[in-house]
Design a protein around this ligand. Sequence first.
Ligand code: SF4
Length: 256
Amino acid sequence: MPVEITSAGNFSGNLKAELKREVTSDSISAFEMAALMIYVVTQTVMARKSSKGSAEEFFPDKLTLPLLREAAADCKACDLWKRGTQTVFGEGRRRATVLFVGEQPGNEEDLTGKPFVGPAGRLFDEALVEAGIDRSQTYVTNVVKHFKWEPRGKRRIHKKPNAQEISACRPWLEAEISVVKPKVIVALGATAAQALLGPKFRVTKQRGEFIESTLAPYVMATVHPSSILRAPDDETRRLEHRRFVEDLKKLARVIK
Ligand code: SF4
């Protein structure tokens, strides 16, 4: 009986042509048929592994933080894995009360594999202490888990992730939120705020306000600590630092 193989998924042109040929039980032996079927299955798996689009394709069978972290290390759902040194997954307590979300790892984070350890991370730690928030109650992560950068001389300069990269990486963040189940989520900066609260959200207008959301009982956005470091002068930096601590104090009140 003739067997026609017509579906070759994302296979290359040659392979598609090869698989489209009609195979009959008269023309090949059972052994050849079995070999061909193994070839089809192997190529399907390979095509899936290298396909782009969503981090969900790389999810482990069970959603736990250690398994998610391990799986994210091999993620190739967008092209940023080629540019960054490693995946920088979130860190913190499994049942953290507050989950902070930044945009993406920076240079130091990329090299160490840990989130919020660079200059902005140190400023963030200081602000948490000033606001009276225990760092051990928190989980910190980013919307995008690989460092996107462009060369400038010998330096690697941060480059904003695009919509496709944010969308591809988003399932990791959703999985982190679903496992941690924080009482409060704080988006740090416009990229995180818009990824979580929609493209119309404006940090400049709504920073420090609790926004109604299905993500957690309390959701707030404020600036990213790196924007404070980029302030044009010391006085602006001091002012912005104070405003950032004031925003953090609001969430400190709801977790007491
Ligand atoms: S940025 Fe996110 S989606 Fe893209 S390769 Fe890295 S972990 Fe995967």
